[in-house]
Write a protein that binds this ligand. Structure first.
Ligand code: SF4
Length: 174
C-alpha cells in the first residue's frame, strides 16, 4: 500500500468504529449525548441511517470528523475484517486498538507535514524512518497498547527537538 493510502479513510472497510467508540455531547454539532462505547442510535448495521442529511439532522460534527484511516486499518489489519456486531466481546479490544491507531495516524500526518521543514539530513532520515515504520508495520493489539508509552513518546521528543525548524519556517512566512 502506498504511503498516501494510509491516511485515506474507507468506511466500507470499517465496522463503524467512530459511531460506537467516540463520545459526543448534545450541542451545535450533535443532536444528542452519546457515551463512549455506546452504538449511536442512528446506526443500522455498519451504516448511518441519516448519512445524507447529517447537518440537517444536527450532526455536522460527524461530517467534520475524519479518523485518518485508523478505523479501516484497525478492522482489517488487527481484527482481520471481523465486526463487533457479530462478536460483541471484541468491543473493548477494538475500542483500545482504535484509540491507539488514531494516535499512530495523527503522527503519520505530522511526520509527513514535517517533510516541508528545512531539516538537517540526519533529522530528515529519522523522520522518514519513523514514518516508514508507522506506515508499513503490521500492528497487533498488544503492540498498539504499548504505542503511546513507547514509540509515540520517542516521536514526540523528536518533534520537540525539531521545533526550532518550525519556528524558523513560521517566521520566514510572516
Ligand atoms: S449520526 Fe450517523 S455518522 Fe454520526 S455517529 Fe451516529 S451513526 Fe455515526
Amino acid at each position: 500500500m502506498s504511503p498516501t493510502d494510509r491516511l485515506k479513510t474507507d468506511c466500507s472497510k470499517c465496522s463503524a468504529l467512530c459511531c460506537v467508540v467516540l463520545a459526543f455531547d448534545k450541542g451545535k454539532d450533535f443532536a444528542f449525548d452519546k457515551n463512549p462505547g455506546e452504538p449511536c442510535r442512528n446506526l443500522s448495521g455498519h451504516s448511518c441511517t441519516i448519512h445524507d442529511k447529517l447537518p440537517h439532522k444536527g450532526f455536522s460534527g460527524c461530517v467534520a470528523y475524519d479518523c485518518l484511516g485508523a478505523g479501516n486499518r484497525v478492522i482489517q489489519e488487527v481484527f482481520a475484517g471481523r465486526s463487533w456486531q457479530k462478536d460483541p466481546r471484541l468491543m473493548p479490544e477494538m475500542m483500545e486498538a482504535f484509540s491507539a491507531m488514531r494516535e499512530v495516524h495523527k503522527r503519520i500526518d505530522l511526520l509527513r507535514a514535517a517533510e516541508a521543514l528545512p531539516l538537517e539530513p540526519r533529522d530528515d532520515q529519522k523522520r522518514r524512518d519513523f514514518l516508514d515504520y508507522l506506515e508499513q508495520h503490521r500492528w497487533s493489539g498488544p503492540e498498539l497498547n504499548e504505542f503511546e508509552v513507547g514509540l509515540a513518546l520517542e516521536i514526540d521528543i523528536f518533534f520537540h527537538g525539531i521545533g526550532k525548524y518550525l519556528a524558523v519556517t513560521l517566521s520566514a512566512g510572516r
